[in-house]
Design a protein around this ligand. Structure first.
Ligand code: PLP
Length: 431
């Protein structure tokens, strides 16, 4: 979306990528505001407006910067954070505390304090020992918070093993065992510092099928029915997590309605069967809001042709700005921005400049045979979990990010400097 080829060059949200590379340098993350906003609009149309009493909380882990959270706020969404760092960014962006929800399987006491002090009112409880920490922070701040209990539905999703989260053998969520889950729920109900609000699940990421969602929802609804039966307490909120799949290569991105219509229909029928008010339904999408809205610009450097084996095209970034290939064999495609209309007849592997053989950006992609040093290579769909997982491996600075909108561009994140990499380094006086 918002990508076009004009006069042999790649344009994104109205801007010529070769000009952006010249002006801002490479490597560079580039984001389209129109693309981001259109995803929020899609979800609003297919979910919040269609069903009412719904909430969208953008999963900040996918890409969390002050500018991004301003866009999220403008789009009317909430935000899901998982760390003190993400809370700090939300605070710095002036993101309203009452629209922040706090996830995470090992929230630190200091992070819980920080969240309560900032006025965050919704905690997704993700551990049997988390409640006392929340109570302690609430007591200190003389307040009460809403608690949504994250369950592990025990349903494996069909995706890469590293991004499955809902199966039994997972560090996330509270297992469905009777003597583990229900005492936690009862403690939340009984606590003077917490309001038991509902249940949460997140079964995995980059999903294209709905069966696992539906199976997991059944587990969640059975649990909600049981809570009503045991404690006469209504589950007022069901949080379905995120995980909606996006296009990296040629995967067919499904509309939100593909996932959400069957889930909503089932929740509505369940509430009718029980003669209770339909709970608020929340989702927490990260990747699907931002992945395709972001691309990365690189400058081509050395090219190594190993006859009858492989041609490596090196670029000026690598696993420091995109670890996903090394981490879980992620696949990408792209285009040479300054040769966007040339036929792609040469199969190459794009590699980074880091000292790791696994430092690859795209395996076996087709590019023009004329690819050469100085060309601007654009890799698509790098907006989610790229900058978010960036590192200073080999002391390479983390690249900056530019935001585009209708032909205009501005810094969203300035590139890191060498001085900033060394900022916290100290030479002990005895050396
Ligand atoms: C609890 C929770 N919610 C939401 C998300 C966002 O998932 P995605 O980026 O696939 O939409 C994640 C991702 O790990 C998660 O753990």
């Amino acid at each position: 979306m918002f990508r076009e080829i004009k006069n042999g060059k790649l344009y994104f949200d109205g801007c010529d990528m070769t000009e952006i590379a010249k002006e801002y340098g490479t490597p560079l993350y580039v984001f389209s505001e129109n693309d981001i906003v259109s995803r929020f609009e899609d979800l609003k149309r297919d979910f919040s407006d269609k069903y009412g009493n719904c909430r969208v909380a953008y999963a900040a882990k996918a890409f969390c910067t002050k500018g991004m959270l301003k866009i999220v706020e403008k789009c009317g969404a909430s935000v899901d954070v998982v760390s003190g760092g993400e809370i700090a960014v939300a605070k710095a962006a002036g993101f309203p505390a009452d629209r922040i929800e706090f996830n995470g399987n090992n929230k630190l006491p200091a992070e819980i304090d920080m969240a309560v002090e900032y006025g965050i009112k919704r905690f997704i409880l993700d551990g049997v020992k988390e409640l006392p920490l929340i109570e302690e922070a609430c007591k200190k701040n003389d307040t009460k918070v809403n608690v949504v209990v994250r369950i592990t539905p025990g349903v494996p999703a069909s995706t890469h093993d590293h991004i499955i989260t809902g199966k039994l053998d997972s560090k996330f969520g509270i297992p469905m065992e009777d003597d583990v889950l229900y005492p936690v729920i009862k403690a939340v109900i009984d606590s003077p510092y917490t309001e038991f609000t509902g249940l949460h699940m997140h079964i995995g990421s980059q999903l294209f099928t709905n069966e696992e969602y539906i199976k997991s929802l059944e587990v969640m609804l059975d649990c909600a029915t049981e809570i009503k039966k045991r404690y006469d307490v209504a589950v007022r909120e069901l949080n379905m997590g995120g995980g909606f799949g996006v296009t990296y290569i040629d995967e067919e991105r499904k509309p939100y309605s593909f996932f959400l219509d069957p889930l909503m229909e089932r929740i509505i029928s369940w509430a009718e069967e029980l003669k209770i008010e339909r709970p608020v339904v929340a989702v927490e999408p990260g990747r699907s809001m931002i992945a395709e809205a972001g691309i990365t610009l690189y400058t081509v450097g050395q090219i190594k042709n190993i006859k009858n084996v492989r041609k490596y095209v090196s670029v000026d970034g690598g696993m420091g700005d995109n670890i996903r290939v090394a981490l879980y064999d992620a696949e990408y495609t792209g285009v040479v921005a300054n040769k966007a209309e040339e036929p792609c007849t040469e199969k190459v592997t794009i590699c980074g400049k880091c000292c790791e053989s696994g430092d690859l950006i795209a395996r076996d992609i087709m590019v023009p045979a004329s690819i050469e040093a100085g060309d601007i290579l654009v890799i698509f769909s790098t907006g989610a979990y790229g900058y978010a997982m960036a590192s200073n491996y080999n002391n390479n600075p983390v690249p900056g990010a530019v935001l585009l909108k209708d032909g205009k561009a501005a810094w969203l994140i300035k590139p890191q400097t060498y001085e900033q990499i060394m900022e916290n380094q100290v030479i002990p006086e005895w050396i």
